[in-house]
Design a binder for this molecule. Structure first.
Ligand code: THU
Length: 133
């Protein structure tokens, strides 16, 4: 499946315009290609209770699942200038769940697979290895 990184970046940057970031003043946009060809995207949504802010990646994952599910193939996250951003630790875990080791990310150091972004990730295999289910 060919990946149009430019289109993903464009959609991610468009999403920064929808961000609700009145506290950090740091709009974030994210977009991902799904294995059925659709693009899902999201923006950060902050809250007066600072700790419950939703990262842009949360929007991507919600749209993925609510839109019928699937596996993430490629992912881009940017600031309002369109510069690539690394997902926070929590969001790396969210991306791993729905993209696994082969998901590709655009990072400030170029395209990297999840295995480099979240080495030795915890996932469902660690659970089934013990519970058998
Ligand atoms: N943020 C994201 O949306 N994604 C990340 O991976 C890093 C941080 C947001 C959360 C908060 O609204 C703002 O950036 C500043 O931390």
């Amino acid at each position: 499946m060919s990946i149009d990184w430019e289109a993903l970046r464009r959609e991610a940057q468009r999403m920064t315009g929808r961000a609700y970031a009145p506290y950090s003043h740091f709009p974030v946009g994210a977009a991902a290609l799904v294995d059925d060809g659709r693009i899902v995207s999201g923006c950060n949504v902050e809250n007066a209770a600072y700790g419950v802010a939703l990262c842009a990646e949360c929007g991507v994952i919600s749209q993925l699942v609510a839109g019928g599910g699937g596996r993430l193939v490629a992912f881009a996250c940017v600031n309002e200038n369109g510069d690539p951003l690394m997902p926070c630790g929590r969001c790396r875990q969210l991306l791993w769940e729905h993209g696994g080791p082969d998901l590709l990310l655009e990072t400030p150091k170029g395209i990297q697979p999840m295995t480099e972004v979240l080495p030795q990730a915890f996932d469902v295999n660690d659970i089934t290895a013990v519970t058998g289910t």
